[in-house]
Write a protein that binds this ligand. Structure first.
Ligand code: SAM
Length: 282
């Protein structure tokens, strides 16, 4: 049977919707990718044409399908200990302060915004706990959020295949993960880690209902899918969500063009700090 084809007009309607809903910019060159990623949605809904799919997903009744559509269109590639130099910047600059917080009962909060399947927030937790196990005794929490409900469900389960686990150094792997019943090398994050790291579905362009401020925010390899103007709407919001001296990390091919204008100071490759004297820019 012939597979449904997406024409330019249907692509433009779907791309405009994806941009409005999530900030993700899809250019015409991506049409074949979008077509192939959405075909299973048509099958799921028993639709045989993209015109009918576009009508449905844009309609008032399409709210649930919009979530599935965004989930199908997002790129969720991630891995453990990605761009590990950021974890060193985090511990070099903030671990002494975290120790003082533990001693005085103050809260420590880290946010992984666009956390995909959870490898990033679990890596942050493992990295910090390996250096200072006493963090578990304090009010230390890491929040992972993502627009895609499927990756959030995976992150909450905290189980990963042997291939996923490859980036974790062996001594850390033994300490913070446990083998599953499957004989395939897959492992699950320990309950201790799961108590520290929690996950919620969140679109970065909606309200942020969490309690602020954060000591560090990781938003890596997420804004690359947004255009410049959309990225720039986020910088003041992230800045306002940080503590003074809080750290903000982007992915290796992302950057804030004028950090000082947005209240940031560069402290390393795609790593920024909110200076102690900074006032909220929002
Ligand atoms: C390539 S992954 C990056 C994962 C992780 N931060 C890393 O660097 O390995 C990008 C993630 O951003 C999420 N994302 C894209 N647009 C988003 C939005 N508007 N709000 C929240 N998350 C979004 C995607 O669902 C995807 O899981």
């Amino acid at each position: 049977m012939r597979q449904p084809q997406m024409d330019d007009r249907q692509f433009d309607r779907i791309a405009a919707l994806a941009y409005r809903e999530s900030g993700i910019r899809l250019v015409r060159e991506k049409k074949l990718m979008v077509q192939s990623r959405l075909r299973h949605r048509l099958r799921e809904l028993n639709l045989d044409a993209f015109a009918a799919y576009a009508d449905h997903v844009i309609s008032e009744n399409g709210a649930q399908e919009r979530r599935f559509m965004i989930s199908a269109l997002t790129t969720n590639v991630s891995h453990f200990f990605r761009e590990a130099q950021h974890f060193d910047i985090l511990s070099d600059r903030l671990l002494p302060r975290f120790r003082a917080c533990i001693a005085t009962g103050q809260r420590i909060r880290i946010w992984s915004a666009g956390c995909s399947n959870g490898q990033e927030p679990y890596s942050i937790a493992m990295h910090l706990l390996a250096q200072d196990p006493s963090l578990v005794d304090g009010d230390f929490r890491i929040l992972g959020t993502d627009i895609d409900p499927q990756v959030i469900a995976h992150a909450r389960r905290g189980s990963y295949s042997a291939q996923h686990l490859r980036g974790i150094p062996p001594e850390i792997l033994d300490k913070f993960t446990i083998g599953t019943d499957h004989d395939d090398g897959s492992r699950t994050m320990t309950d201790e880690l799961k108590r520290i790291v929690s996950f919620h579905e969140l679109n970065l362009f909606s309200q942020w209902p969490m309690q602020f401020p954060f000591d560090a925010i990781f938003c890596r390899n997420v804004v690359i899918y947004f255009d410049q103007a959309t990225q720039e709407r986020l910088w003041p919001r992230f800045n306002a969500a940080l503590t003074p001296e809080g750290l903000f990390f982007l992915g290796h091919s992302e950057r804030i063009l004028e950090p000082a204008d947005d209240g940031f100071q560069s402290v390393g490759p795609t790593a920024y700090c909110k200076p102690a004297h900074a006032h909220s820019t929002s």
